[in-house]
Design a protein around this ligand. Structure first.
Ligand code: ADP
Ligand code: MG
Ligand code: ZN
Length: 556
């Protein structure tokens, strides 16, 4: 049977993804392989398919019991005999398993590394009596202390090549970190390994970052549009996962919490409920998700800022394993950045702090991007990518337009009302019904005064800039710049000409009647502390952009 026909027959997929086929061919040729593929890329198949084709036993090393259970279960469902060694098995069950292994009735045996090279070490001699044809090491980055999930028991796997010198080893990981990759190869002692690096782009995941304002309200809005879909919401703290899960339940959502502090029973129960779709939303810390193979996760929300791009990318990668369009939404607040900066400073030694701060800084940059987010992510992982993916929020913003005729009419009539005698800022103050004494006194009787109070100052600046570029307004004036109407203005004012504006995240909310923003002095007085450039704000409807530990800009 060819790999392709086995793929179709046993797994029901029509074609290979990424470099699956090449990887599988190497394994079938008894060569060592290291395969790097993004989360959800389809690594399991790279050893499961050879296991089906080869005449003998494949040993799979995996770090988590839950993970093994899940995989063994789905293999058995598709008719592939697989099993895992479990400390909970009683002697009778173990005897039966040994029997099956002896009779060549098991294709894949899943093991935790500590089982394989445990104290008594009776297992290796037994396995050597069997026909072992492949050894797969899943989540291979666990062997490296450079990686983000080091497990000391993985170090014992260096013994594998000594005990099974002729059996091909396939190491699999989603890590993109060069140092970790090198470490894996060295520690595992692979023989002339073929290294396969797949593109880390997850084309079916759409990345989006929005300013965090009222996170719960924003979240509900997002979830209401995805009522029957399954997703993960990542929070920074354990406490907030539980609180948020409760709040979501109250709103009628099927949500549960998951974090490392919960007892094993609760963790297992919640995880299984999520896998079975009884629970639609998992509210979790980063403790949740490694190796969770749930194909229909439609969205991953980061309600708090992740600490680095590596973690963020792995977590978002848990969406859309089935290849269907999925969302990665991040709620960004500079306050979160400040909080994490503070943690990074007090955490660990100076060198570690420095690395953490750099990584955090890259994460903040990602949130503040004015260019394609996917390109930034790919470049971060040393992969070239064209400047426009066409599906992240930044790329889409360029094309998303809305009917702004009414807004344009307001602006043009204000300019007309003011007899084309004032500059941009004055016109905006007039439109917004600014509290400035002078303007109020002069204009409060004019009907046009304050008709644009529902739009923020920054948005008005944007709109007016666009009206100038599109020729509905122009700059004039001798001594200082003044806004003038143009010959095209009349058509807009009479409703004969439509005007479109580009939509931006910030404006969406501004269409809702938002109270006029507080003045800068008031904002500053509400700014509690500014220390090391970290701004801690209290209920201030403002975005403070913290970058390179500097308070750069404050705008309403
Ligand atoms: P990884 O371990 O790389 O994170 P998995 O091995 O769990 O990813 O695979 C992710 C999903 O992709 C699974 O649901 C798997 O069944 C599916 N998959 C793998 N290979 C293919 C393929 N060639 N065609 C379609 N789906 C695939
Ligand atoms: Mg996997
Ligand atoms: Zn893009």
């Amino acid at each position: 049977m060819t790999p392709l026909s086995a793929l179709q027959k046993y797994f029901g997929y029509s074609a290979f993804r990424h470099q699956q086929e090449a990887i599988i061919e190497h394994v079938l040729n008894k060569q060592d392989v290291m395969a790097l593929m993004p989360t959800g890329g389809g690594k399991s198949l790279c050893y499961q398919l050879p296991a089906v084709l080869l005449n003998g036993l494949t040993i799979v090393i995996s770090p988590l019991i839950a993970l093994m259970k899940d995989q063994v279960y789905s293999l058995n469902v598709t008719g592939i005999p697989a099993a895992f060694l479990n400390s909970a098995q009683n002697p009778e069950e173990q005897r039966q398993l040994v029997e099956k292994l002896r009779n060549n009735q098991i294709k894949l045996l899943y093991l935790a590394p500590e089982r394989l090279f445990g104290n008594e070490n009776k297992l290796v001699p037994f396995l050597k009596t069997l026909n072992v044809v492949q050894i797969a090491i899943d989540e291979a980055h666990c062997i490296s202390s450079w990686g983000h999930d080091f497990r000391p028991e993985y170090l014992m796997l260096a013994q594998l090549k000594v005990e099974f010198p002729d059996v091909p080893v396939i190491a699999l990981t989603a890590t993109a970190d060069k140092l970790t990759q090198k470490d894996i190869l060295e520690k595992l002692n692979l023989k002339n390994p073929a290294v396969f690096v797949s593109s880390f782009n997850r084309a079916n995941i759409n990345y989006k970052v929005v300013p965090k304002k009222n996170s719960f309200k924003q979240l509900i809005g997002f979830l209401n549009e995805r009522k029957d879909e399954s997703g993960i919401i990542y929070c920074l703290s354990r406490k907030s996962t539980e609180a948020l899960a409760e709040d979501l339940k109250e709103e009628g959502f099927a949500a549960e919490a998951y974090h490392a502090g919960l007892n094993n029973e609760v963790k297992a129960r919640n995880q299984e409920a999520f896998l079975r779709d009884d629970v639609k939303i998992m509210v979790a810390t980063i403790a949740f998700g490694m190796g969770i193979n749930k194909s229909n996760v439609r969205y991953v929300v980061h309600i708090d800022l992740p600490k680095n791009i590596e973690g963020y990318y792995q977590e978002t990668g848990r969406a859309g394993r089935d290849g269907l369009a999925s969302e990665a939404l991040l709620l960004y607040s500079p306050g979160d950045a400040g909080k994490l900066q503070h943690f990074a400073r007090i955490d660990g030694n100076e060198e570690q702090s420095r690395i953490m701060l750099n990584k955090l800084n890259d994460m903040v940059k990602y949130c503040q991007l004015q260019s394609c987010r996917r390109q930034y992510l790919m470049n971060y992982f040393d992969e070239a990518f064209p400047p426009n993916c066409g599906s992240c929020d930044v790329c889409l913003t360029e094309f998303k337009r809305f009917d702004g005729t009414l807004i344009a009419q307001k602006a043009l009539s204000a300019v007309a009302r003011l007899n084309e005698r004032f500059g941009v800022n004055y016109v905006i103050d007039f439109l917004r019904g600014s509290k400035t004494e002078k303007i109020r006194e002069e204009h409060k009787l004019l009907k046009t005064y304050g008709i644009g109070a529902d739009i923020s100052k920054t948005d008005w600046q944007r709109y007016i800039r666009e009206l100038i570029t599109t020729g509905y307004l122009q700059m004039g004036g001798q001594e200082y710049p003044i806004l003038n109407l143009t010959p095209q203005s009349q058509a807009v004012l009479k409703g004969l000409q439509k005007v479109e504006f580009i939509e931006s995240e910030v404006t969406e909310d501004a269409h809702i009647n938002e109270p006029a923003p507080p003045h800068e002095a008031e904002l500053l007085s509400r700014l509690k502390t500014v220390r090391h450039g970290i701004a801690e704000l209290e209920n201030v409807p403002a975005y403070i952009i913290v970058s390179d530990a500097t308070l750069l800009e404050m705008a309403t």
